[in-house]
Design a protein around this ligand. Sequence first.
Ligand code: SAM
Length: 413
Amino acid sequence: MSEYIFSDAQEKSEYKRLSLLQDSFDEKSRKHLLKAGLSKGMHVLEVGLGLGSIASYMYDVVGNSGYVLGIDLNTHFIKEADYELIEGNIVDLEISQSFDIIHMRYVLIHKVNAKKIIEKLVSLLKPKGRLVIEEPDFSLAKWIDSKDIDGCKNVNLAICKMFELKGLKPYYGSVVHLDLESSGLVLDENISYLHLCSGGDDVANVMRISTNTLKEDYIQTGLCTDLDIDAYIQACSDEESLAVYYATIVTIAIRAELEKKEDSSLVCSEKTRLDGVYEAREKDDILECFEVMKLLRPHIERDSFVSNVMEQIKQGYQLFYLSKNSKLVCLAGIKIGTNLAWGKHLYVNDLVSSSSSLGYGKEMMQYVKSMAGLNNCKEIHLDSGVQRFEAHRFYLREGFKIASHHCSYKIEI
Ligand SMILES: C[S@@+](CC[C@H](N)C(=O)[O-])C[C@H]1O[C@@H](n2cnc3c(N)ncnc32)[C@H](O)[C@@H]1O
């Protein structure tokens, strides 16, 4: 069975859904492609064509001196293409060209192997080439007005749960930049659109059709009923209803590393990083966290640090770093888990900042709180050594309560 959630959709409703997608989003996509530098003579790639309108637009812009390749798992909706068309899975295809711009909209959210697809696309980019990715975040959906608001809210919860049960992230659009960064790209733009609209608008109609197609999957999550689905579908057509149906995040990233290597005599050995919080998953990123982590854990050794963190990552640990002016200034090591005491929770194993007065800890804590929210955690927990008075004051300012005594016992071997 295909992993793509709409692979079983009825032809007619899938065609309608894809045509609504292009009516709703093409204008913004075109604007972002131009901003990414789309112009005459370029070689460009569109992955996940849908009905192919963006590939046709790119063909109009690059002209005869340029080249457009369109790839989709299934091209039967495309009757005529003025660009080169290949049917197949982007991961498996051998493509010999490289591209100035690669665009992809609403493909990765459905992919457990999203990172692998990104890595493939990075390998197809020319130096200084740009990847323009548009992906949704369903966790930002919010009902404002409808006849059965609770029913509609239940469907929103079920949508997110359905993605999670398939091993997918319903909020992927909001975190895709982490996968782009860890694949070696440098972020250029990150813009979010909340789709706030009344029933009957294009985005509401997209969600109506999707819900009709996927209702069994939603009900199977146990978070909504047949009646909730009916209420949601009705609200999607009711002009008096109002909702943020979801958000789309447009991320533009550049393949800049070759440029850095060519100029290596001018560049220091540190990576250029945009300010912000990122996850350290690759060995070199983890190693860069060593000096700051040593401030909190003075016993750790540089030689065993990476393998220790990699071992923890296998057990669900995630290490985040805050970058300021390309320097790593704060770290948070977390683990999301479930237990009888706290239900689904986020545990902070390590939180350490290179300075206590510049607000780095606060910025990282905000990120940790949002990670907890996105993962439906009910609580955040951590232990802090009794001697760390400054840290205790920080946690209390951040709204934490001192909830238990932590006891430990050393095993003599
Ligand atoms: C939700 S549709 C979006 C279509 C179009 N990008 C848009 O926004 O209107 C996702 C498209 O990606 C295609 N697709 C999914 N996985 C793919 C893969 N691994 N390689 C190529 N195409 C893929 C699907 O067949 C489908 O046409």
